[in-house]
Design a protein around this ligand. Structure first.
Ligand code: RB5
Length: 151
């Protein structure tokens, strides 16, 4: 599995920690930045990672900003992306099993590294259950098609 990583200045430190967690578990990743705590705009990094995931170049993405909220909102504008803001292990599992979330977002100013590491491990190891959940995702895709401008 290949994971695309991105963060703004509010998520930079936690992104660096998540890279260690991924490396320890031998998970392949690419870091799309940012590479310091200098102030940047989170939609730029959400766009990079979301487009890579939507294009199929990476199976999953992880985006971190101060709260995780801005990254979630921005990433979900890219068709094909199902980005989920997660700050607990139960939701990390559920959003894979039920929502087939392909991007995980977290807030570097909300949770600490130990919980974030547990969330990442649970999220990467949980599988989509299909069945009734697949029907619901198809309804989300229909919404996406209905409101997509095609730009
Ligand atoms: C940056 O200060 C902050 O707004 C950003 O990291 C994020 O929390 C936005 O949702």
């Amino acid at each position: 599995m290949k994971v695309a990583l991105g963060a703004d200045h509010g998520g930079y430190a936690l992104k660096e920690y998540v890279k260690k967690v991924l490396a320890e578990d031998s998970v392949e990743f690419h870091d799309f930045g940012t590479f310091s705590e200098d102030s940047v705009d989170y939609p730029d990094y959400a766009q990079k990672v979301a487009e890579e995931v939507a294009a199929g170049n990476f199976e999953r993405g992880i985006l971190i900003c101060g709260t995780g909220i801005g990254m979630e909102i921005a990433a979900n504008k890219v068709p094909g992306v199902r980005a989920a803001l997660v700050h607990d292990v139960y939701s990390a599992q559920a959003t894979r099993q039920h929502n087939d979330a392909n991007i995980l977002t977290m807030g570097g100013r909300v949770i600490g590294p130990a919980l974030a590491g547990a969330i990442v491990k649970a999220w990467l190891s949980s599988r989509f259950e299909g069945g009734r959940h697949a029907r619901r995702l198809e309804k989300i895709r229909a919404l996406e098609r209905k409101y997509s401008s095609g730009e």
